[in-house]
Design a protein. Structure first.
Lengths: 340, 323, 336
């Protein structure tokens, strides 16, 4: 079994108390009579005010489920959520649906992957922005409209007044994602969760949206949890990076350390599969062999072992324990750069 | 070269909208994997679906009953053993008595025997109406879908006009045009209104098939057009057609009752049919409601059986619910 | 928008024209045709020939059709032979129209008022007993022949329990003022409340009987549509905004889920027209359906053609209106 961190090591850089503290979060899917599936298998991490934390991994590693569990947005039936997610002194997982509803959109906001399908096609953009303020700030629609225009302008939408009465299909992909960001920031939340916010966009637009997010985070002091499969996104944005595999965190560190001295073979594999323009000619990309379908159960092995170039015998016989704290850590028997 | 797949276009006319629902059903299975694995995976889901199993049980029981009915029936359905008990004024419909557990109809014929034997004609009406409707739709739809061009446009215009008349009303009209109503005019009237629906369904399937990979592969290998249509396209287009046929069986049995009720059905009642029995029971509803209730109950149960089966088949074949 | 409406109107005229040709050809190609219908079995060859000449039936078909259309555009579709012998066929249509409009309207109101909320609830509580029960009920509703539903309702509510009137549109002996021919509306307009109430009581059973199939269809489409919408990302976005359950239901779920239902309601007018033939017969309501039933049974061809073409025209027209409504409520079409 894994040991969740119990110490609150005080790091010199982030001296403040965590805004969100996730401890031993477990999400299990599976109805009666079905083999239960552990989508999230004991994840712990902290987010401090103003900090940007990345959750990185392939699809199926549990990163999106983690965010939905924190938001209380998992379907009500067919899953169990254990552990805790303490936000501002309250465990979000213990709140009633009504209490959670009061916090969503005001304290914690979220932006999603596909901006077109995430916007209501038959409601005007303006209305979709104002409804958050109407709900949480008690504003009337009339009072909220000029604020909505300001927000749209703030996220870089040209001619915001005209856009208020547009419908999503009349906007470009980048504009839609900007509008979604405006909605998320409408009530100045203290925590923003971005689930693959750039994946559905063109490459040039991706860079713009990332720049916008970075700017907004700095400006408003909002903490950001960035969920992505793309280490390139992480490199430009995150203070701390968590690499997830098979529902557990396998490596953690600040982005400089993680990028310059990755230790977990999976992290190395992720880094090597990023195409680089400055790579020497002729050097082949080295994708990670196999897929998540090859995973072993964490109970008695390292889930990544079947795909791991560094795997030892012990990797398929024992569960690697978490070695580290809430700032830096690793879950590996045979990390890179250590010869045995 | 290969035609582009027909995407759900931005259609807005009502008939096309009605058609769209048919097309949606058509494309549901067509774009999916090949016929065999499709049916296999559908069957795996169906086996555990109680709705389907109930529908299947009813259907199997009904067909079995229809097959053995003549041996089960204690009396000849045309014989009038209780004729002497019929008193037009005081006792128009003789009640149950020894040997006649359900009593008799207004002509002194054993009601139980008529209900049992009636299952045969009911099955016949349902199956034949569906068969002819399917056959007509098959010819038109295959023609339109496989050949395309102006034949396609022409066939589809005819189909659209037919769909612009409410279908049951069209069946009434067709049946009313026959000077001498019979079992056959009834079957043909019901079958005809199903033709445009089947035709659209098949055409939609065929178009989706025509653009699919395995047809493309066959074509690039130089397989003849006719072989492609009959060996590759048609078999894969059958899924939605089977679903529709199951539902039409129910509709045909119900519609037959409606036609008989309006006096447009078979006037010869020596070989009974449930719809006809129900239609002819109407004058006696006040005195002998059971005369109508028994055949009605039979129709409802059987129609429900086919509907349950069809709906769960549709669900099983719908890729949306398969995730 | 205007061009859209115009294009649909032209299409509609086209459909009705093609229909008139088809109906005309069908009717003329009958074995015996109208002459047999008029003379019955008594017709001697001489009488038949004379009548054929008098009716212009000895002319070639295209000529006959042109003459027929010439009269038709003047509103002359011929004279009823059986429904109301001697009466102008088009007059019969207009005289019978209000009863059918009233009946269909109430049936549609019942179907919508029950079908949409129940469809929403069933989808929201998918898999619960409420869902299963309503789904089974809707499946049974489709399996029962409409006229038999009518009989059941009539038998129990009118004959056995004596709660509601057995048949007709108003009690005999009630003297009500007529304005529109829609009895309930007339009672309200003239403030003859007892007449309105009486007419409403007469409407309940036939309207419920007629509503069963449209209800079942609207219910199932609503349920399926809501289920689809509940899976949409924008509903999750709305939840992530912390919006209240009412706002999510109204603005985000129903406003999207209702779009396919609107089209379905238009298509159900077809079921209403077919069902009216059966329901009006069961409840002795003198409407278009009842006239059609008589025309079908007794081969009153002039009345039959008027009513069939009119029914198709109504069906097409209603769906045209539904298309326009759809374009208005769906911004993706409106703002294209």
């Amino acid at each position: 079994m894994s040991t969740p961190m119990s110490t609150h090591a005080v790091h010199p850089v982030h001296s403040s108390e965590p805004l969100l503290s996730v401890r031993d979060l477990r999400v299990t899917f599976g109805r009666r009579g079905e083999q239960p599936f552990k989508a999230v298998d004991g994840i712990s991490f902290d987010v401090r005010p103003g900090q940007t934390v990345g959750l990185v991994g392939e699809s199926g590693c549990g990163k999106s489920v983690t965010s939905l569990a924190i938001m209380g947005l998992l379907p009500t039936r067919g899953n169990t959520v254990e552990g805790s997610a303490v936000f501002d002194g309250e465990d979000l997982l213990r709140l009633s649906p009504g209490q959670m509803r009061d916090r969503r959109g005001r304290e914690i906001a979220m932006i999603f992957q596909d901006p077109l399908s995430s916007l209501n096609p038959v409601v005007q953009i303006g209305r979709q922005v104002t409804e958050v303020m109407e709900r949480h700030q008690g504003l009337s629609r009339k009072e909220a409209m000029p604020k909505a225009a300001e927000l749209l302008e703030r996220v870089g939408i040209p001619d915001p007044k005209a856009r208020l009465v547009n419908y999503p299909h009349q906007l470009s992909g980048g504009m839609r994602q900007r509008a979604l960001i405006a909605m998320a920031l409408a009530c100045k939340p203290r925590l923003l969760i971005a689930d693959e916010p750039t994946t559905a966009l063109d490459v040039t637009i991706q860079a713009q949206i990332l720049a916008l997010l970075k700017e907004l985070v700095v400006e408003t002091g909002t903490a950001l949890v960035m969920i992505t499969h793309d280490l390139g996104v992480v490199a430009g944005l995150c203070d701390e990076v968590n690499v997830l595999y098979g529902g557990r965190i396998v490596e953690r560190g600040d982005r400089h350390t993680l990028f310059s001295r990755p230790r977990h073979p999976y992290t190395v594999g992720l880094l090597n599969s990023i195409p680089r323009l400055d790579a020497p000619r002729g050097e082949a990309l080295s994708p990670i062999p196999g897929s998540v379908a090859d995973n072993l159960p964490w109970d008695s092995a390292c889930a990544f072992a079947p795909r791991c170039p560094n795997a030892l015998d012990v990797c398929v016989q024992q569960t690697p324990e978490w070695e580290g704290d809430d700032v830096v850590g690793l879950r590996c028997f045979n990390p890179m750069g250590v010869s045995r | 070269m290969t035609p582009t797949p027909e995407l759900p276009p931005e259609r807005t006319t009502y008939a096309e909208r009605r058609s769209q629902r048919i097309d949606a059903l058509a494309s549901a299975s067509a774009a999916e994997e090949g016929g065999v694995s499709l049916i296999k995976s559908a069957w795996r889901r169906l086996r555990r679906n109680p709705v389907f199993l109930v529908g299947l049980a009813i259907t199997v029981a009904f067909i079995a009953l229809a097959l053995v009915a003549p041996w089960l029936a204690p009396w000849d359905p045309a014989a009038r053993p209780l004729l002497d008990d019929v008193r037009p004024q005081s006792n128009p419909v003789p009640g149950p008595e020894a040997g006649h557990p359900l009593g008799a109809d207004d002509k002194g014929r054993d009601l139980l025997s008529r209900l049992l034997v009636g299952s045969q004609q009911t099955l016949l009406v349902g199956v034949l109406a569906t068969f002819f409707g399917l056959l007509g739709g098959l010819v038109l739809g295959t023609l339109a879908g496989a050949v395309g061009g102006w034949i396609d446009s022409l066939v589809m215009r005819i189909v659209d006009v037919m769909l612009s008349i409410p279908s049951l009303l069209l069946a009434f009209t067709l049946a009313a045009l026959a000077t001498r109503p019979s079992q056959w005019t009834l079957i043909i009237a019901i079958a005809t209104v199903q033709v445009p629906i089947f035709a659209r369904l098949l055409r939609g399937s065929m178009l989706a098939q025509r653009a699919s990979d395995h047809v493309l592969a066959a074509r690039s290998l130089g397989v003849k057009q006719r072989a492609i249509v009959f060996r590759h396209m048609l078999p894969n287009a059958l899924g939605p057609v089977i679903v529709q046929a199951t539902l039409v069986l129910a509709v045909a049995i119900i519609d037959a009752a409606a036609l008989s009720f309006l006096g447009l059905g078979n006037p010869d009642d020596r070989r009974p049919e449930w719809g006809q029995m129900l239609g002819k029971a109407q004058p006696f509803l006040g005195e002998a409601p059971h005369l109508a209730f028994y055949p009605a109950a039979c129709i409802i149960v059987v129609a429900l059986g086919f509907t349950l089966m069809g709906e769960s088949l549709r669900e099983a074949l719908d890729p949306k619910t398969r995730r | 928008m205007l061009r859209f409406v115009l294009r649909r109107l032209i299409q509609m005229v086209g459909v009705v024209l093609v229909l008139s040709v088809l109906v005309f050809v069908w009717l003329r190609s009958l074995p015996g045709g109208p002459v047999s219908a008029l003379l019955g079995e008594r017709g001697t060859p001489e009488r038949r020939a004379a009548l054929e000449k008098a009716l212009g039936l000895d002319q070639p078909l295209p000529v006959q059709y042109l003459r027929y259309m010439e009269r038709a555009v003047q509103g002359d579709f011929g004279v009823s032979t059986k429904v109301l012998p001697g009466e102008d066929a088009l007059d019969i249509f207009f005289a019978r129209l209000p009863a059918t409009i009233e009946l269909s309207f109430f049936a549609l109101v019942i179907a919508i008022a029950l079908g949409i909320p129940l469809g929403y609830l069933a989808a929201r509580r998918k898999g619960t007993p409420l869902d299963t029960t309503t789904v089974i009920f809707s499946l049974v509703g489709v399996a029962v022949p409409v006229f038999f539903t009518g009989f059941l309702l009539k038998y129990f509510f009118a004959v056995e329990w004596n709660l509601l009137p057995v048949s007709g549109r108003q009690s005999t002996g009630l003297d009500a003022t007529r304005v529109t021919g829609l009895f309930v509306l007339d009672g309200i307009l003239t403030r003859e409340w007892d007449a309105a109430w009486d007419a409403l009581k007469h409407l309940v059973l036939p309207a419920v009987a007629l509503a069963t199939i449209p209800f079942a269809v609207i219910f199932r489409i609503t349920r399926a549509s809501v289920l689809d919408v509940l899976d949409e990302d924008y509903v999750r976005t709305a939840e992530a905004k912390g919006l209240t359950a009412q706002v999510i239901r109204g603005r985000h779920v129903l406003r999207n889920a209702i779009l396919p239902v609107v089209t379905t309601v238009g298509l159900q007018v077809g079921a209403l027209l077919s069902g009216a033939v059966l329901t009006e017969t069961v409840f002795s309501i003198r409407g278009i359906g009842d006239a059609l039933a008589t025309a079908f049974r007794d081969k009153d061809y002039p009345v039959l053609q008027v009513l069939i073409i009119a029914a198709a025209a109504i069906y097409v027209l209603v769906n045209l209106l539904v298309d326009i409504a759809y374009a208005v409520i769906d911004p993706r079409i409106r703002t294209r």
